[in-house]
Write a protein that binds this ligand. Structure first.
Ligand code: KIV
Length: 272
């Protein structure tokens, strides 16, 4: 991958085909976006995790469309190379009409792809987004926007029946034209199977090393986030020396090469 051109969904597919891992980080402002783009990150996600790490809520549920459009605009000003994905927040894609108009709003703010959480129940929205030519990233496994229904932040797909639902959802999303799928907090073996069965890239977070790429919340991988750290997080900043700014760049570079070379996550950041 050169650092000249803007990365596209077709590039991500080619990376999967060629066995090149996809590196993904979240960003919420232009400064972090510029640093990670200069470091060569493949995909930047304006995640609704901003509800937790920027706004100080204890979930992503209070995040609004105004918040997402605002942060997408900020981040897009810092990106020259990476593919920019933005989350559709809680309650913003409950109808076909809402999904299309809110996705258009994020695209107008600078996103090149929107991310939605869920499986087959999203098929009508996915069909409409496809018709409008809006690229989509899926999100399966632990769905932070459904944390209340799921009874907390827990590993999903541990038993055969729930693993099968996640696999079938992944296949349905692929058939509906989704460009890539985030797999959050599922056993490594299930993520490996899904990544083998579907042709589009899988991006893991707490889903083991066999996903086609990895994503972390940038403040988590820099050790900035306070409080209890999920098992899947690794503090890449603590592993490098130098000034804070150098450390941030060096940590992001280490993260990218650890993802590319399949050295992250290892067993300590995976669920068996
Ligand atoms: O909101 C977010 O940052 C996310 C990633 C953690 C995948 O959805």
């Amino acid at each position: 991958m050169t650092t000249q051109d803007r990365i596209t969904s077709a590039d991500l597919l080619a990376m999967k085909r060629d066995g090149e891992k996809v590196s993904v980080l979240t960003a919420y402002d232009v400064s972090f976006a510029k640093i990670m783009d200069d470091c060569g990150i493949d995909v930047v996600l304006v995640g609704d995790s901003l509800g937790n790490v920027v706004q100080g809520h204890d979930s992503t549920l209070p995040v609004t469309m105004d918040d997402m459009a605002y942060h997408t605009r900020l981040v897009s000003r810092g990106i020259k190379h990476a593919l920019l994905v933005a989350d559709l927040p809680y309650h913003s894609y409950e109808s076909v009409e809402a999904a299309v108009s809110n996705a258009q709003r994020l695209m107008a703010a600078g996103a090149q792809m929107v991310k939605l959480e869920g499986g087959v129940k999203l098929l009508p929205m996915l069909e409409a987004l496809q018709q409008e030519g809006i690229p989509v990233c899926g999100h399966l496994g632990l769905l932070p926007q459904s944390v209340e229904e799921l009874g907390g932040y827990k590993v999903q797909g541990r038993d055969a029946a729930s693993a099968d639902v996640i696999l079938k959802d992944a296949m349905a999303l692929e058939a509906a034209g989704v460009s890539m799928i985030v797999l959050e907090c599922i056993p490594s073996a299930l993520a490996k199977k899904i990544s083998h069965v579907i042709k589009i890239p899988t991006i893991g977070i707490g889903a083991g090393v066999d996903c086609d790429g990895q994503v972390l919340v940038v403040y988590d991988m820099l050790g900035i986030t306070r409080g209890k750290r999920p098992r899947f997080v690794r503090d890449f900043l603590a592993e490098v020396g130098g000034q804070v700014e150098d450390k941030v760049s060096a940590a992001i570079k280490n993260y990218i090469s650890a993802v590319k070379q399949g050295r992250f996550p290892d067993d300590a950041q995976s669920y068996q």
